[in-house]
Design a protein around this ligand. Structure first.
Ligand code: NDP
Length: 331
């Protein structure tokens, strides 16, 4: 093959992204230089943080450049190698997604062991979202057996891992999601209680389901979910601030929370984090999480959208709840 197909951002979305903000572009694959490999991407990761990188201005990572291929997690196989550390057929993960073929230096890829788990797991349960869940709990929340953990966005890539890991630690777990079929899946996973935020206000449901309060809140959504968590939190509860997806891709910013003073009154620990803060813990995470996945203590689902040409639709789907578990594109 001599040509690669790539997804470019060609215009910054005006609050809600539309397909015209992107272009599928063909680009010639250059000859490999010494130390480079050619990877055929099998799966690319579609993540909420990418939506924030489509905006101009300040963020924790630089905005995607207009007219250039976007980046993001991917797994694939080496099809050509000029790096003696890699052979044709090796499975690797890397950050050169949104394209079918990637030319990259060996130092930018991580070999993955696909002998016990599928390669796609390295973009979800054993990848960035899994590490996000594991490290947010392990480093910040430190949940103790018997405590109550509330996680929003519970049927997503991060949330479903948070809930299951908290169960492994012996906690009572409440999750929120936006549909009945996802709520059902969460119960199958062992969640003790589930909120469907489309059925009634989160505050009302959480007060009923957590009469003795919550000790940990893992926030993926923000706004009404955060307000409800502040309301029912016990003194000294830990709030793991992971994301606020309710505001990434909407016509207007949602309202709230109006009760931030509870952070003071209840002496809450409220800590934001970015998963890259904890990359040094990745070996420990991979070892522990691989055992849980292989022994089925940790289960995962994937929503797989077929074809690079449908990757923008996959991105849109994150904000309409189209995914259960990890949203992936099979290239
Ligand atoms: P998910 O797999 O959870 O996918 C997004 C889900 O969010 C949707 O399926 C939908 O589920 C839910 N959702 C979308 N819009 C809304 C809304 N307005 N209100 C409530 N729920 C909504 O994504 P990830 O697991 O990859 O990410 C989850 C969160 O974690 C995001 O906020 C993300 O930014 C953050 N994150 C942070 C990281 C960090 O380093 N801090 C790293 C990775 C992720 P439903 O049908 O249930 O509504």
């Amino acid at each position: 093959m001599t040509v690669s197909r790539q997804v470019h951002l060609v215009r910054r979305p005006d609050r809600v992204l539309v397909s015209e903000d992107f272009a599928l572009v063909e680009a010639e694959i250059p000859e490999l230089k010494q130390g480079q490999i050619l990877v055929r991407n099998e799966y690319i990761s579609v993540d909420p943080y990418m939506r924030r990188r489509m905006n101009a201005g300040k963020n924790y990572t630089p905005p995607f450049e207009l007219g250039k291929v976007m980046t993001g997690g991917a797994v694939g196989q080496v099809v050509e190698s000029n790096d003696e550390a890699f052979s044709v057929g090796d499975w690797v993960s890397h950050e050169f997604g949104w394209r079918d073929f990637a030319v990259l230096h060996g130092r930018f890829v991580t070999p993955i062991d696909v002998s016990q788990v599928s390669p796609s797991a390295y973009l979800g349960a054993l990848g960035m979202p899994g590490l996000t869940a594991w490290s947010g709990l392990h480093v910040i929340a430190k949940p103790q057996a018997g405590e109550t953990v509330f996680v929003s966005g519970a049927a997503g890539a991060v949330g479903s891992m948070v809930g299951q890991i908290a169960k492994i630690k012996g906690c009572r777990v409440i999750g929120s999601t936006g549909s009945a079929h996802k709520a059902e899946w969460l119960r199958e996973l062992g969640f003790d209680a589930v909120i469907n935020y489309r059925e009634a206000p989160v505050m009302e449901q959480l007060r009923e389901l957590a009469p003795e309060g919550i000790d940990v809140y893992f926030d993926n959504v923000g706004y009404d979910h955060l307000e409800a968590a502040l309301d029912v939190a016990n003194e000294h509860a830990r709030f793991v601030m992971c994301g606020s997806i309710a505001d990434y891709n909407t016509e207007a910013a949602p309202a709230g929370p109006k009760n931030l003073f509870w952070i003071v009154g209840k002496r809450l620990l409220v800590q934001g984090f970015i998963v890259s803060d904890f990359y040094d813990l990745r070996p420990q995470f991979i070892e522990e999480a691989t055992q849980w996945v292989v022994s089925s203590q940790l289960k995962y689902r994937e929503t797989i959208v077929e074809g690079l040409d449908n990757s923008v639709a996959a991105m849109e789907g994150l904000f309409t709840g189209a995914n259960t578990g990890k949203m992936l594109v099979k290239v």
